[in-house]
Design a protein around this ligand. Structure first.
Ligand code: AMP
Length: 541
């Protein structure tokens, strides 16, 4: 027996038209390259988005042509976010911090037809323009930066392109049609492409709006510090529009003081970014009015317990940790505490917040033995590969021979993360498979060691890597950045760790560095550290 319900596509025009109809008065504030903030209503944004879609038709972009963006988080980027998919095209957000050869690879691999570029970023992409094989149009969005236009190419101006155009009508009949694509920022090999459908984006947006997930709502003022090229700003760009929330887009104003100013002056209620962002912003918020803030979703890499606790102490608001991947749209688990945890003491609660949390409704997570592939018990101890399934988890990579090894025989995504799941269903990431320190056949979690080291008040940042060892195969090396004005010795770090971690986990050495190198999306780049310390001689222990 079939149900009697209407079969309507789960597609982005519905989300767009909701904001257009119900929330035209709500606001998108954008930081510009001049240091000022521009304010635009959703009504104006919606009208321009429809004109932009007509401009894509007039440029002759194919019905499912890839529309690339090389942009900051801005109101214009949000126009592209909807104009491309709602007119059937595929939005392709380019990561502005990728290595140049990777940008060339992904533009050619995705067969982008047009690239929209923020003027302040022209200098970055300019030298690559000649390497793009399929791009027919370059459109510059003037963000107030005085950057020169590179010679030898024709550029269209964004405002000229949309002005005076007729508004397009939007209709997507097939919810499984591609809406957008994003390449992973992986550190090995070429990036891999993930293609989101209208349906997956719609469902992920609804999941982001759930109270026990991120819970975006109409009253929110949302600041996505996470870039719109990093897994769709974790779904916040769509969820803000769907909710009718005000948006604060930082644009190129990405320094900790600028972000802190936006939080305070725009009365931001929800601000999301990777841990390294929140490490920088905390001191800038000292003594200021942050009373509007209600949640700080954070993921991309493990949120140190000490960072979350520092926010709780200073702002009265711990960080809300979420876990996900480009491949999972990305939100897959969130570490909100449940009612059963109410009676725990603060330290136990902080420990739970330092985990990656419970799978959000719609996503299934399991840990599997890395050799046999068997599912492991949820006992908080059995470590295995974290695997994911769900309607917004990718089933493949776009045109990529490497895809089969990333999926199990029953179609689950192999995440490459090592994790345990506790009896209450909380996922705790132990490490990335390639970052775990393999010592004498046993594993040492670099994440846990880093967490402990970063809880030392004189430590600003710490990353732990495995370095080759003749007897144990690998041993941990701690790379530590000391807080400005403080002093710390190797022995003090080791003494501090003694008793906090198992004896055999203690790093064999500690080196002091000026800064932990970061990846294109602001995570600790252990690959760079491994290269730098490949020949590091460990002292005899
Ligand atoms: P990306 O596709 O760049 O977002 O990277 C996804 C990877 O980031 C995951 O497979 C994890 O290794 C890592 N990651 C994301 N969120 C977290 C988190 N909350 N804790 C630990 N690792 C995380």
């Amino acid at each position: 027996m079939l149900g009697t319900m209407q079969d309507r596509p789960l597609a982005l025009p519905h989300i767009f038209e909701r904001a257009e109809k119900f929330f035209p008065h709500k606001e998108i504030v954008t930081g510009t390259a001049t240091g000022e903030r521009r304010r635009r209503s959703y009504g104006d944004w919606a009208a321009r988005t429809r004109q932009l879609a007509t401009a894509l038709d007039d440029l002759g972009i194919s019905p499912d042509g890839r529309v690339a963006t090389f942009c900051w988080n801005t109101d214009n980027h949000l126009e592209l976010y909807f104009a491309a998919p709602c007119s059937g095209r595929v939005l392709h957000t380019l990561n502005i911090r990728l290595f140049p050869e990777q940008v060339t690879y992904i533009v050619n691999h995705a067969e982008d037809e047009v690239i929209f570029i923020d003027r302040s970023l022209l200098g970055l992409i300019g030298p690559l323009l000649g390497t793009f094989e399929t791009v027919r149009h370059l459109v510059v969005i003037d963000d107030g930066a005085p950057t020169e236009f590179p010679d030898g190419h024709d550029f269209l101006e964004y405002e000229d392109l949309i002005s005076g155009r007729e508004p397009a009508e939007f209709a997507i009949e097939d919810e499984n049609r591609a809406a957008s694509m994003c390449y992973t920022s992986g550190t090995t090999g070429n990036p891999k492409g993930v293609v989101y459908t209208h349906r997956s984006t719609y469902l992920h947006t609804m999941a982001a709006m759930l109270a026990d997930t991120i819970g975006t709502c109409e009253r929110d003022v949302i600041l996505p510090v996470v870039p719109m090229f990093h897994a769709n700003a974790w779904g916040l760009a769509h969820a803000a529009v769907a909710s009718g929330a005000d948006l604060v887009m930082p644009g190129p104003q990405m320094t900790p003081p600028a972000i802190a100013d936006m939080i305070v002056e725009e009365k931001v209620t929800l601000a999301a970014g990777v841990p390294t962002i929140w490490m920088g912003v905390l001191p800038e918020l000292k003594g200021r009015d942050t009373s509007a803030l209600r949640t700080i979703p954070c993921g991309g890499s493990a949120v140190p317990k000490s960072l979350s606790e520092a926010y709780r102490e200073q702002l009265g608001l711990p960080i809300l940790q979420a876990w996900g991947m480009t491949e999972t749209s990305p939100v897959a688990s969130v570490a909100g505490l449940t009612s059963a945890m109410d009676d725990l003491d603060e330290d136990a609660k902080a420990d739970l917040r330092a985990a990656q949390g419970m799978a959000v409704m719609g996503v299934e997570l399991r840990v599997a033995d890395q050799v046999t592939g068997e599912s492991l018990p949820w006992d908080g101890e059995s470590q295995g590969e974290l695997q994911a399934a769900g309607p917004w988890v990718t089933a493949d990579y776009y045109n990529d021979d490497r895809a089969p090894q990333s999926f199990t025989d029953d179609g689950w995504l192999r995440t490459g993360d090592v994790a345990v799941i506790t009896p209450e269903g909380f996922v705790r990431i132990v490490d990335r498979t390639k970052d775990v320190v393999k010592s004498g056949g046993e594993w040492i979690s670099s994440v846990e060691l880093e967490n402990e080291i970063m809880s030392h008040p004189a430590v600003a940042e710490a990353a732990v890597i495995g370095v080759p060892h003749p007897k144990w195969s690998e041993r941990p090396l701690a790379c530590v950045v000391v807080v400005e004005g403080e002093q710390l010795t190797r022995e003090e770090v080791l003494d501090y760790l003694d008793g906090r971690v198992a004896k055999w986990w203690l790093p064999d050495d500690v080196v002091f560095i000026d800064e932990v190198p970061k990846t294109s999306v602001g995570k600790f780049s252990k690959k760079d550290l491994r290269e730098r310390f490949a020949d590091h001689e460990l002292p005899e222990t």
